[in-house]
Design a protein around this ligand. Structure first.
Ligand code: DUC
Ligand code: ZN
Ligand code: ZN
Length: 492
């Protein structure tokens, strides 16, 4: 074996660091980046990255893996297939869900999901604690213990019969999260409005996949975002609004942030690249594109890009929620289902970064390329790592984990259904994109090279997290919560 000063040297790449783009060598010893500079000494292993970008591995903080959905249907992916697919798309860290359903013990749920990930995950991973059974055992015992053990984010649904929490339960979860130091992530849609619209459509025979979009009025998202932000402000608990799809939803978030409420928000590629028209396909083909909230309009797309640029939204996640177009997934209820019976979700882990790189970097006018490249890395790696307290992830710096993706900016690809997950289709089939992550490295080990995966199932590591700035309350108590202004009542 060659001797060298470093275990690995990546030579002459265009490296994106938080300080900007530098053309340099990057040295790795063990699992971390130890040097960025010109003419570094030899590495035991060397990779020539001339003409290529060296970016931090992507961080995808919202993906459903080996999970029972809100509708009670099992995902198509195992940890092995989902994380393999993520790695092929340039992502090296994921946060998926330890999903409690009614009647389940949260501590057991987390142990079970951790065991599945330990067996299959090829990349580093963490869990959001999904709460659907907020009983005393969960709220007073298991949730505090699990948060303190390093699972520093919680997820709730404001809709779906099987998993939704009501307003009182949501308040309990916000308060318990405040007391124990976790960020609360929310699927925000008004349950009653969805149910009412769904029933009216079905009663009139409008059951084709495209009516899914009609059954989730934008008002449902706007109202629920407004309500959960009102609760978060009242409890003084930071929240993350998942998958924002409407211009007005982003506007509600902008106003709240403007008055100092600690609210973070994400959107997803399907809201930036698709519209409700994508559900209009022959027969049941539109079932591929059913996800919740649904895709909206071109003007929502423009508003979401603007909200990202303004900082109102900080993250682009995939919301990977894979269901096959067969009886195990989209057609589990029937071979001829109505839209209400079709599982909500699409594969997204592998396409998230290539789609965004193409749109933001490859297609950008020369004058915008550099700025857009920095934003691409910020929204897909650095911000999610920072907001969710993934230490060592999301940015290239001396001392950070050597989680790297070497991108060929000139490679042209026509997307096909051949992905590395287990869903069997690609919502973006036929699209031509430029730029591809070719060599993927995690903690110094080469995971993917020349199209071949070198990782073993289970080699990904569980990331337990210390509470960081995003989980800290602002300290501004609502008058009714403040003993100085509520006649001395202690409501903590
Ligand atoms: N919400 C998600 O976040 N993912 C899949 C389905 C859903 O409703
Ligand atoms: Zn959701
Ligand atoms: Zn989701």
């Amino acid at each position: 074996m060659a001797s060298g000063e470093f275990d690995l040297v990546i030579r002459g790449g265009m490296i994106v660091t938080p300080a900007g783009l530098v053309e340099a060598d990057l040295g790795v010893t063990g699992e971390v980046v130890v040097a960025i500079g010109e003419k570094l000494g030899a590495g035991q292993r060397e990779i020539n990255a001339g003409g290529h970008y060296v970016l931090p591995g992507g961080v995808d903080p919202h993906c459903h893996i080996e999970q029972l959905s809100g509708g009670g249907i099992m995902n198509a992916d195992t940890f092995e297939t989902a994380t393999r697919s993520a790695a092929f798309g340039g992502t090296t860290s994921v946060i998926s869900f330890a999903a409690q359903h009614r009647g389940m013990n949260l501590a057991t749920v987390v142990a079970d999901y951790a065991a599945l990930a330990r067996k299959g995950a090829v990349i580093d991973h963490a869990f959001h604690l999904m709460i659907a059974n907020p009983d005393r055992q969960t709220i007073e015992h298991d949730l505090p213990a699990l948060i303190r053990a390093g699972h520093r984010s919680v997820k709730v649904f404001m809709t779906y019969d099987k998993v939704q929490v009501n307003d009182e339960q949501l308040l309990d979860i916000l308060l318990a999260s405040r007391q124990n130091g976790a960020l609360v992530c929310v699927h925000a849609e008004n349950h009653g409005l969805l149910k009412w619209m769904g029933e009216r459509l079905v009663a009139r025979g409008y059951i084709a996949p495209k009516y899914h979009a009609v059954s989730h009025p934008r008002a449902a998202e706007i109202e629920a975002i407004y309500r959960v932000i009102a609760f978060a402000e009242f409890i003084d608990q930071p929240v993350m609004i998942f998958h924002v799809s409407t211009a007005e939803g982003a506007e509600v978030i902008r106003q709240a942030r403007g008055r100092g409420v600690k609210v973070f928000a994400e959107t997803c590629p399907h809201y930036l690249f698709q519209t409700a028209e994508d559900l209009v396909l022959p027969g049941y083909e539109g079932a591929r594109m059913i996800c919740s909230p649904p895709q909206r309009t071109a003007s929502d797309q423009a508003a979401l890009w603007q909200a990202l640029e303004l900082g109102d939204l900080q993250v682009i996640s995939s919301d990977h929620a894979p269901y096959r177009m067969d009886a195990t997934g989209k057609f589990s209820a029937s071979a001829t289902p109505g839209f209400k019976q079709i599982a909500n979700g699409m594969p997204g882990l592998e396409m998230r970064l290539p789609l965004l790189f193409d749109a933001m970097v490859s297609r950008a006018p020369e004058a915008r390329k550099h700025e857009n490249l920095m934003r691409f890395v910020e929204w897909t790696a650095t911000a999610p790592a920072r907001i969710y307290d993934l230490a060592g992830k999301g940015a290239i710096a001396v001392g950070a984990d050597a989680d790297l993706a070497i991108w060929n900016p000139a490679r042209e690809v026509t997307l096909t259904d051949e992905l590395h997950d287990n869903t069997g289709y690609n919502p973006y089939r036929g699209r031509k994109i430029t730029g591809w992550p070719e060599t993927i490295i995690q903690r110094g080990a080469v995971l993917i090279e020349h199209g071949t995966l070198h990782a073993k199932p289970g080699q990904g590591r569980l990331m337990l997290r210390q509470p960081g700035p995003a989980t800290q309350p602002t300290g501004r108590l609502a008058p009714e919560f403040d003993p100085a202004r509520n006649f001395g009542a202690d409501l903590s």
